[in-house]
Each structure stands twice: as C-alpha cells, then as structure tokens.
Ligand binder design. Sequence first.
Ligand code: SUG
Length: 425
Amino acid sequence: MITEINFDGIVGPTHNYAGLSFGNLAATRNAGQPSFPRAAALQGIAKMRANLALGLVQGILPPHRRPARAWLTELGATPERAPPGLLANAMSASAMWAANAATVSPAADTADGRTHLSVANLVTMPHRSHEAEETIAALRLAFADESAFRVHPPVPSTFGDEGAANHMRLASPHGVGPGVEIFVYGAPGGRFPARQHRQASEAVARRHGLDPDRVLFVEQSPEAIAAGAFHNDVVAVANGHVLFAHEQAFADRDAFFARLRALLPEVEIVEVPAARVSLADAIASYMFNAQLVTLPAGDPSAARAGAMALILPGEARATAPVWTWLGEMVAGNGPIRRLEFVDVRESMANGGGPACLRLRVLADPAAVNRRFLVDETKLDTIAALISAHWPVRIALEDIASPALWMQAETARRALLALLDLDALI
Ligand code: SUG
C-alpha cells in the first residue's frame, strides 16, 4: 500500500559545531561549542520511536564516511595535512539532515508512474557539497526496484539544489490523482546566500516528468532568508491538502496562494500572521521545521478523517508567542489536531529540526529495500551500537585528532555491518 515513509538520517559520530553554514544562525551562534554525538544520535533514535508510536512507517539513512578522505584527496590534501578549515569541512556530520538528500516526486505525479528522486548537489556549502556521492549510493540501494523508483544524479553544480527542504507537495484529501508540486527558490543578492536556485528546481521538475501545469515555482521571501531561513522548510511545511506557513515565507504570497487555490480548491492554508509570531521567533523556535503528518485512522485525536499532527522541536514550547499560537490552533477546528514534541536539541544547535532530519518518500514499503526500514527492535540494536561506539563529546580541537578519525570510521563500519549495508562501506 502506498504510504508516507520518513527516512531519518542517523546522526554520525563526528557531529560537531564548526560553524560552517553562513546564514544558518543557530550553527553560527554555536560555533566552537562542544558537541555530544552520542546524545545527538540517541535523540534521533528517540524521534524515530515517537514516529513509530504514532503508527508511521520509519526508515533510516546511514551516516557518511568521515573524514571525507576522497574529497580531501581531490583537493590535494589528507586529514593529516589539511588546513584546519578544510578538515572541518571534511568532518561534518551534515548528511544527518536527510531532507537535503534529494527531492522526491511520488509516482502519482510523474509521467512514467515511478517515484523519482533527484539527489541534491548542495553546492553552496563546501561541507555539504561532497555528500551527493554517498547519498546516491545509499538511495540507489534503498530504492533499487527500478519498476517503482528512479534515482537521478545531482543536477550540474552550476545551479544549487538543496533537495526536499525546498520542495512541498499538496494533494487532494481523497488521495486520488496527481498532486501539486511546489519548488521554492531564493533570489541571489541578499544578506545570506540563496542556496536553492530556480534553474535547479526547473531541472528537477523536468527530469521527474512532472506535468508543467501542476508545478509551481515560488520565490522564498528575501526577508525570510535574511532572518535566517536558509531553507524553505524553516518557514513552511505541507502535508496532504494542508499548507502550514508563516505569513512572510514567500516573496509574493497573494499570487502564490491564488495559483495554488486554482489548482487545488480543497487546499487548507494554515497561516501564522507576523503580528502573532515574528519571523525571528518562528526561526528561533523552528515551529515550521516540524513533521506535519496524517494520523492513521483510529487515532483518538483523529476526530475527523485525515486529521494531522505536528511533530515539533521542544524549543517551540519555550518561545511564548509560538506556544500560545499553537495552543489556540489545536483548540480550534482546523486540520492540525495534535502537537507532539521531540528533543533533538543537539541537531537544533546546528540549525536542524525534526523535519530536517527526515526525507519523506510516498511509496509502498514492500518496494523498498527492507534494510533501510526500522521497527522498535531494530532501533534497540542501533541504539546499543551507538552507545558503544559514538564519541560522548567532541571539542573543536578534537577534529584534528587521529584518534577521533579512527573512532568515527570504526563506529560507522560497525553500524553498516549491523544494518547489513556493507555495500556502502
Ligand atoms: O545545511 N547545518 C545544516 C542544517 C540543515 C537543515 N536542513 C533543513 N532545513 N532541511 C545546514 O545549514 C551546520 C554544520 C556545521 O556548521 O558544522 C549545518 O550544516
């Protein structure tokens, strides 16, 4: 049966705060702080358990090899002889933010009736620009069934592409027919880099065989990028027929909403007014970097068919205007009926909330390589391995430590062996 599967990136053993992402305010603010990779990875596991408890199907994507030796070699360096800045770029655990792994178009939207995935090139940030090669290997293995999936390589690096973080899909609540795919891009020239280029989005839409009449290319508001929303999923999220967004998320909100309503009259737009929650508070709390999920039938809070839950970071509770607004929203009669909170604070400190940590794929779980799917028991074994192998703490100076490189490589190999994914070593 076609269902939404969330593939979470397992937080890698080198998770650290090197402040590499200009324009990502949390990451910049926490630069130089010690990190706690074991706690970070276990927080990710706990989030996956919370998703399973809601009755959702859960998948995983393994961490990438760190240090990224192959990338350093291409640059004429080695971990031992790399300038510190370059080494930090080779040690980031940033592949954990699986929303940036690829853009996904479900089978219902594509010309050949297969689910298409385009691996993101992530070229704007050096530490993320070398993720694509391992991501494509993992996705080709997870979605190896060519009758159901097609995995595309990244678009050429001329145009920046950040994957699903800048893509939303809305569809009829009855689940029939193609959806409307929305690609959100940034215009260059602002205070911070616009990571998603319109040309990259257009290329992805063409390659996926989307109906041009059911695709919208929407500019993210320059104010949102300037306020620290380096991806659209920091100010908006969509699920089913519901769009949950900040009033200042889009450059031309009125034109976008009018086009969307014309294409999908059933759409429900839950908009948070700037007068209630400022852009700054929305970004600090990551209230939009939530997983907006449809509760399975039978859930007590699903008082009406297709009711939805918002899986939010704990930080959203700590920001008073956000907490007040969310409370009023769930008490009302809207489509979002339940709030769930997860503790992903190690990831949040690098600017990655619950939604960043997962890649959504609408597909039949039976068509997916089962090694990439998890249940409670498998999560228990992964958690035990993390507790045995992941470093407890990394201080910035440890990034240059050969002992840390060895521990990280051993930990990753042990995880891949446990998952029966040695093919990715
Ligand atoms: O690309 N942080 C990530 C956070 C990605 C969040 N993803 C989504 N919004 N979907 C980024 O900025 C910080 C790493 C560092 O500084 O070491 C970092 O890469």
